[in-house]
Design a protein around this ligand. Structure first.
Ligand SMILES: *[C@@H]1O[C@H](CO)[C@@H](O)[C@H](O)[C@H]1NC(C)=O
Ligand SMILES: *[C@@H]1O[C@H](CO)[C@@H](O)[C@H](O)[C@H]1NC(C)=O
Ligand SMILES: CC(=O)N[C@H]1CO[C@H](CO)[C@@H](O)[C@@H]1O
Length: 355
């Protein structure tokens, strides 16, 4: 009798976990497509466009060629690269940036990107989350951007025990940043167990050479992170909680949670419109299709805009939804002068004119 009861409890627990997990991963979601009229695919981004960072002058960095266990790659043998593209052009021509000495280009596997611009001399520092192959450890590489030479000069590699399972970063100084850890565990199978059990062990870390601290915790799966235009707030995406978490940033770099806005889907990277302060995100309608890739039923794409996130009623708009026939696995969306560039984890990028 006792054994049966225990079995019942275990099955009940398992059933509940499977239901929660499937719900969180969007397994049962039906997609209603939303099209944008003036879009074209970005040639030269076929190996992926995981993260995109747009500079104030319209030049943008794209991290391409991401390889990650369990994720699809259309170029599994090619190292990753950083592409440069000018969003002022009508037709985009991404070009790979040359990497300087000091970084192993053959194992380079770039993921999240962030930029810090030194206001005194205009120097552009590009921060790259790198998971070098074949062992996919987490490092942050800091480069200086040389626009004339179309090159990235490697300055520094950062590793730290608190940055074990890095997803994304937002630079706040020439050597300092906030970073999200997507899971507590480093190993892929343990990450899966963590997600399945619904543990909220992921966090946000502040890093500077003299000071490293955990500044927020309790995330299920940390992802994109961004800073508000007035530099007073940090926004962090929690993929499986479906939320954008808003934190107030203090002078000592600590963060206080303000609120979490539910988007009802798996939120990836975040970007802030430099003019309006709206938050744009690329999201995954169905994580299952992303991790168990099938050509005949590929993962879809979703782009969402959040207006007035600090008000009592933030406005959440689905701007673009596609079932994977055009782009698969959106990870980022960013605007520049009424144009929208959409990036994907391992698929091509899409560039659209907004009205
Ligand atoms: C940082 O500043 C905040 C707000 O002023 C304060 O509440 C917090 O205790 C400070 N943290 C540390 C570690 O000094
Ligand atoms: C996706 O949408 C396109 C066009 O709307 C349609 O032709 C195609 O069958 C759909 N694919 C899947 C897998 O549902
Ligand atoms: C397009 C875009 O803004 N992508 C962002 C993804 O996250 C990193 C870290 O916050 C940002 O720097 C990128 O800009």
């Amino acid at each position: 009798m006792l054994k049966l009861t225990l079995l019942g409890i275990m099955l009940g627990f398992l059933g509940e976990r499977i239901f929660q997990f499937s719900h969180r991963a969007g397994v049962f979601r039906k997609l209603e497509p939303i099209d944008l009229p003036n879009c074209h695919l970005v040639k030269g981004s076929e190996c992926g466009s995981e993260d995109i960072h747009v500079l104030p002058n319209g030049l943008a960095f794209i991290s391409s060629g991401l390889k990650f266990p369990v994720l699809k790659s259309f170029a599994p043998d090619r190292p990753g690269e950083i592409l440069l593209v000018d969003l002022n052009d009508d037709v985009l021509h991404p070009e790979p940036l040359q990497l300087s000495e000091g970084i192993d280009a053959s194992s380079f596997n770039p993921y999240g990107l962030s930029v810090y611009i030194d206001e005194r001399d205009g120097t552009v520092y590009l921060f790259v989350v790198n998971h070098p192959m074949p062992d996919f450890k987490s490092f942050i590489e800091i480069f200086k951007f040389d626009e004339k030479q179309k090159a990235l000069l490697h300055l520094k590699t950062i590793k730290h025990p608190l940055l074990q399972s890095l997803n994304d970063i937002v630079a706040v100084g020439p050597e300092s940043f906030y970073a999200t850890n997507d899971y507590y565990f480093e190993s892929i199978s343990l990450k899966f167990v963590e997600a399945f059990l619904g543990l909220s062990w992921a966090n946000v870390v502040y890093y500077s050479p003299g000071d490293v601290q955990e500044v927020a915790s309790g995330l299920y799966s940390g992802n994109g992170i961004a800073i508000s235009n007035d530099k007073k707030f940090i926004y962090a995406a929690d993929v499986t909680a479906h939320t954008i978490n808003v934190y107030e940033k203090h002078a000592n770099w600590s963060l206080t949670p303000v609120k979490a806005v539910d988007l009802g889907t798996c939120v990836d990277n975040l970007s802030v419109d430099p003019v309006t302060g709206d938050i744009w995100t690329g999201a995954h309608p169905n994580l299952w299709k992303l991790f168990f890739y099938r050509d005949e039923d590929p993962p879809g794409s979703e782009v969402i805009r959040v207006q007035n996130i600090h008000s009592d009623h933030p406005k959440v708009t689905h701007v673009y939804v596609n079932n994977g026939s055009v782009i698969q696995g959106t990870s980022v969306a960013s605007v520049y002068k009424k144009k929208l560039i959409i990036g994907t984890i391992f698929h091509r990028a899409l560039y659209c004119q907004l009205d």
